[in-house]
Design a protein around this ligand. Structure first.
Ligand code: MN3
Length: 199
């Protein structure tokens, strides 16, 4: 059974002016769709065809002969998670449990933001910056290329895609400006709250 290309949780112009419809039409419609299509081709007729996407990733991670499946499955999962990590009218300081956990884990929201910016800027080449829950604490994690914290024993709460295709049309080479804009204006703290509650 082929993995379904998930619907974007908002219209393609909903994140403008911060992320343009043009970026989303390529990023969601071409890049994300490409990962899903490639994955389906690679697992068609194999035992992995009946696995959930999470189980495919956990099953093939670290296996040298399954790198293509891992990369496409992890990118399919990461992108779905990224779309949900953003929302129109999002960003800024969270409230409630998350606000308290951010203060307890980082000292302040401003330090959390600085660390997220540092992780995004410091990821050499393509990858992802993540807010995760590790035990009782929140942490910032960066991963390269398709790598996902799903396999690291932590609970992902939010992510920012820092591959160039995520920002180049809107920000050209200015990854830090893109990252700061996402943190200030797009992060979906309700999604983080939901992930925290189900952890
Ligand atoms: Mn991407």
């Amino acid at each position: 059974m082929a993995y379904t290309f998930p619907t974007l949780p908002y219209e393609q112009d909903a994140l403008a002016p911060y992320i343009s419809a043009d970026t989303l039409s390529f990023h969601y419609g071409k890049h994300h769709k490409g990962y899903v299509d490639n994955l389906n081709k690679l697992i068609a007729g194999t035992e992995l065809d009946d696995f959930s996407l999470e189980d495919v990733i956990k099953h093939v991670v670290g296996k040298a002969d399954k790198v293509g499946i891992y990369n496409n499955a992890a990118q399919a999962w990461n992108h779905t998670f990224y779309w949900s990590s953003l929302k129109p009218g999002g960003g800024g300081k969270p409230t409630g449990t998350l606000a308290a956990m951010i203060d307890a884990s980082f000292g302040s929201y401003d330090t959390f933001k600085a660390e997220m910016l540092k992780a995004a800027a410091g990821q050499f080449g393509s990858g992802w910056a993540w807010l995760v829950k590790n035990g009782d604490k929140l942490e910032i994690v960066k991963t390269g290329n398709a790598d996902t914290p799903l396999t690291l024993g932590v609970v992902p709460l939010l992510t920012i895609d820092v591959w160039e295709h995520a920002y180049y049309l809107d920000y050209q080479n200015l990854r830090p400006k893109y990252t700061e804009t996402v943190i200030d204006s797009l992060l979906n703290w309700e999604f983080a709250e939901k992930n925290l509650a189900s952890a």
